[in-house]
Design a protein around this ligand. Structure first.
Ligand SMILES: [Ca+2]
Ligand SMILES: [Ca+2]
Length: 195
């Protein structure tokens, strides 16, 4: 029987974590990611992952914001972004999800955090996507409609190839639609964790 998924043991800076990756996704070419990006099951891992290890994991891989309206935000460190379902899995391990921006106040809080902490990045991945239906923007975690807090002129689906919601530094960290898959260390992702 062919295995569908594998559990990776990641060891960085003396800390370790487990991440389940779907083998089918792992070996799909880039254009295949656009068609099918399933969520990775993390709830089971959270149950077997000791709380103290989770705290170490959080400190090792993320920079944490202060609290805003019952949420804290975790910015991935270093070159940790590969594609959205990986980010979503990492967010799931710390009890959150790729950020869903619902109000202008929340957007402003996040932008302030990114101006302070994300200077080494050019793009920070958020939770909205229109991969399933072009122009129909949905939050990956809650499956709710993405609130229209985009930068002026966005989303523009530039060159027909922008299906993921990001914070974009050239737009002063306002929201843009951009690519979903990057091979660049200048891309991070942002988790939202509810109290
Ligand atoms: Ca699009
Ligand atoms: Ca765009």
């Amino acid at each position: 029987m062919f295995l569908d998924s594998v559990v990776f043991l990641i060891l960085i800076h003396g800390h370790y974590c487990f991440v389940v990756q779907d083998l089918k996704d792992h070996f799909l070419p880039e254009n295949e990611f656009k068609r099918k990006i399933p969520e990775t099951p993390t709830h089971a891992l959270r149950e077997i992952f000791p709380k103290t290890s989770l705290e170490l994991f959080k400190k090792a891989y993320f920079v944490e914001s202060t609290t805003f309206s019952g949420s804290t935000y975790l910015l991935s460190k270093d070159s940790l972004f590969f594609y959205p379902s990986f980010g979503q899995a990492m967010c799931g391990l710390v009890g959150g999800y790729l950020v869903e921006v619902n109000t202008i106040q929340e957007l402003n809080f996040i932008k302030h955090f990114l101006f302070e902490k994300a200077s080494r990045f050019g793009i920070v991945m958020a939770g909205g996507t229109d991969e399933d239906h072009e122009g129909l923007w949905v939050n990956r975690h809650s499956l709710t409609k993405v609130d229209s807090l985009w930068d002026a002129g966005q989303p523009d689906d530039f060159q027909g190839a922008q299906d993921c919601q990001v914070f974009y530094k050239p737009y002063n960290w306002n929201l843009d639609d951009n690519s979903c898959v990057f091979n660049s260390g200048e891309v991070a992702f942002l988790c939202e964790v509810k109290d």
